[in-house]
Design a protein around this ligand. Structure first.
Ligand code: SF4
Ligand code: FES
Length: 239
């Protein structure tokens, strides 16, 4: 245990798919990999916020054992596998489950082309939903003058929860259990209009999918110029 603590506080290197990756004190595997220009798929992780560990897209094998790269600390001598057929097949299954659990009808979603879920599905070669669609009928909260919340597209990544908490507003929270888990709006009525949410909040622009969208700004970016039109998500993330 003491050895692990020393590792966590010291820089070092580990192997990622056969490449040597340097890490700094306190780095997770995902942080170090990304800094070194290696893409590990992820949806609920964002460099500005604490890891959430919920989407499991970043699952890697560390010395043969599964772990979430966004939460496992880097340590000297680790042998990390990420870009393997087995792991990418599992990631595709996770993506397919996210797609069928919500109403992710990309052709009618204005986030298409700018959506991390869609771009990651392209990256993982997801060419069909595979599972039976749930077709949920969750509420769409259009009460706010400037922002729309469509829970049928929410992947429960918790980024809006963390962003709003960091701003001291705590507009969002997670509620429910199992398949009934859902995003909550912290206002007496439960409606966005009665919360402190504002268009200028970080939480208003952090959603990686099309669940939180600004009003009156749909389809503003021409096809061909959208975020993931010109490059796959793997290249962007290895910035
Ligand atoms: S609304 Fe968007 S940012 Fe918030 S939990 Fe859902 S997917 Fe994540
Ligand atoms: S990015 Fe690691 S669990 Fe979501």
């Amino acid at each position: 245990m003491n050895d692990n603590r020393i590792d966590a506080l010291s820089p070092g290197t580990f192997a990622l798919d056969g490449h040597e990756v340097e890490f700094g004190p306190g780095d997770t595997i995902l942080q170090a990999a990304r800094r070194a220009g290696h893409y590990i798929p992820h949806l609920c992780w964002h460099p500005d916020f604490a890891a959430h560990g919920s989407c499991r897209l970043c699952t890697v094998r560390v010395n043969g054992r599964s772990g979430a790269a966004c939460t496992v600390q880097a340590a000297s001598g680790q042998d990390v596998e990420s870009n393997t057929d087995e792991l990418n097949t599992q990631r595709k299954t996770l993506l397919q489950m996210l797609f069928v659990e919500g109403n992710h009808f990309c052709p009618s979603c204005e986030k298409s082309g700018n959506c991390l879920l869609q771009a990651t599905a392209y990256q993982m070669g997801m060419d069909g939903p595979h599972f039976e669609e749930f077709y949920p009928d969750r509420k769409v909260d259009a009460s706010h003058p400037d922002l729309l919340l469509d829970l049928n597209r929410c992947i429960l990544c918790g980024l809006c929860v963390r962003a709003s908490a960091q701003e001291g507003k705590h507009v969002f929270a997670m509620g429910g259990r199992g398949v009934a888990s859902h995003l909550l709006v912290n206002s007496e009525s439960g409606h966005l209009a009665d919360s402190a949410f504002s268009l200028t909040d970080r939480a208003a622009s952090i959603c990686p999918v099309g669940a939180i969208l600004p009003k009156r700004r749909g389809f503003a970016i021409p096809i061909g110029q959208r975020r993931f039109d010109s490059h796959p998500v793997s290249q962007e993330d290895a910035a």
